[in-house]
Ligand binder design. Structure first.
Ligand code: GTR
Length: 395
């Protein structure tokens, strides 16, 4: 019996090992990169001005990401309303007012309500600049409080920001079977039949856009001074949301890795095949056709950066987070910076190689840091983000 059991175990284990390719962590094995040029249109036109960028190249790149990677984020809706409810105790009653906001969206006779948690400074004079964090921690499904440092509400409030968060689960569950149980099947069921339809990352981005609708609707917030932050999978959603929605002034994907900040074609750490196998509900169906064929992708993540230009963007990495490919995150930012500089005349210069980086790089439109330690969103990360945000909002 024991032998049969161990034979079965060995078989199952080897099947698992076969289905999970060993990640590459060896820089010498990274393939030579052939990356699509931001300045050459599909028809071969050289893009030289902001007008040509906005009218020709940007829409082309946007459509490729929509079609081949993330899926559309539909924005048509019949009605949106905001209602304050009172369900939780305010954990910071001395510093902040807590607003729990139900955002209800109606489309084609269907209604769906998501929950946004907002803290507003008690002192100081509004309208307040606002920082939204997309949260997915399974430990805090009501999206209220996350571990020390991950969402440092008292600190953000003390520095004069309003800050809000919603949980992924309130829009689309982070589950390969149940992901459509939120807005996708309730409001946009036709997306499920489309190979370039919205999936979980797009749905989380949609949630951020509805939060922005709320900020714009209220005199409490200075929605032109708005920051979108997400860690890891929520960082991927942050990037795609901001590419879709120019209302975000500052975009901060923290350690967002594969399908986020990192270049896919490097195949370092997590790859397209691995991410699509573990999380088939994150990206659209077409993205699966690039499993183990990253070289065939018509885009790479530096072009996602370019879609956000000239708005401020900040990438970050952690030294031990090799799964997310820190060098690939830095490279896509620096390659994307060419659009900031050459099309929009922004000062966004990255003279250092990844290996030479000493401290954070802080420029008004673009910033980057790599810190020691593991994959997480920490007080050290927030410290740099606040400096970057203040640099952008100084007037
Ligand atoms: C990992 C996944 C990454 C990253 C991370 C996270 O399991 O492979 O792409 O998103 O989860 O969200 O923390």
């Amino acid at each position: 019996m024991k032998t049969l059991f161990s034979a079965l175990f060995t078989l199952l284990f080897s099947q698992f090992a076969m289905s999970q390719p060993t990640p590459n962590y060896d820089e010498s094995k990274v393939p030579d990169l052939v990356l699509p040029d931001p300045f050459v249109s599909a028809k071969g036109k050289i893009i030289q001005s902001a007008k040509e960028w906005e009218e020709i190249r940007r829409p082309e790149i946007f459509r490729l990401f929509e079609e081949q990677v993330y899926g559309k984020i539909p924005t048509d809706l019949d009605n949106i309303s905001f209602e304050e409810v009172k369900e939780s105790e305010n954990p910071y009653p001395d510093q902040a007012i807590l607003k729990e906001v139900n955002i209800t969206v109606s489309r084609k006779g269907q209604h769906y309500t998501m929950r946004l948690n907002v803290f507003i400074p008690k002192s100081g004079k509004g309208p307040f600049p606002v920082i939204l964090l997309i949260n997915y921690s399974p430990k805090y499904p009501n999206g209220q409080i996350v571990e020390e440092g991950f969402w440092p509400v008292p600190e953000l409030i003390a520095q004069g920001f309003a800050t809000a968060s919603f949980h992924a689960e309130t829009v689309a569950p982070d589950d390969k079977i149940r992901f459509s149980e939120g807005i996708i099947s309730k409001l946009y069921p036709e997306q499920l039949e489309q190979a370039d339809g919205m999936r979980a990352l797009g749905a989380w981005g949609w949630g951020a856009m509805r939060a922005m609708d709320y900020f714009e609707n209220s005199a409490l917030f200075d929605s032109e001074k708005s920051v979108l932050v997400g860690h890891s999978r929520a960082g991927k959603a942050t990037l795609w949301a901001s590419a879709n929605d120019p209302r975000w002034a500052v975009t901060i994907p923290n350690e967002s890795g594969c399908g986020g900040a990192a270049l896919s074609k490097r195949k370092f750490g997590e790859t397209v095949q691995v991410i699509n196998t573990s999380f088939p509900h994150w990206f659209n169906d077409n993205f699966k056709s690039y499993n183990n064929k990253e070289e065939e992708l018509p885009i790479d993540q530096h072009l996602l950066v370019s879609l956000i230009a000239p708005r401020a963007i900040y990438f970050s990495s952690a030294r031990e987070d090799r799964w997310a490919d820190p060098k690939g995150e830095y490279l896509s930012l620096t390659l994307g910076s060419r659009v900031y500089q050459e099309i929009f005349g922004k000062k966004a210069v990255f003279p250092l190689e990844f290996e030479e980086l000493q401290g954070p790089i802080l420029q008004p439109s673009m910033g980057y840091h790599i810190r020691e330690g593991e994959h997480n969103l920490t007080p050290e990360d927030w410290k740099h983000y606040l400096e970057f945000i203040k640099l952008n909002f100084k007037n």
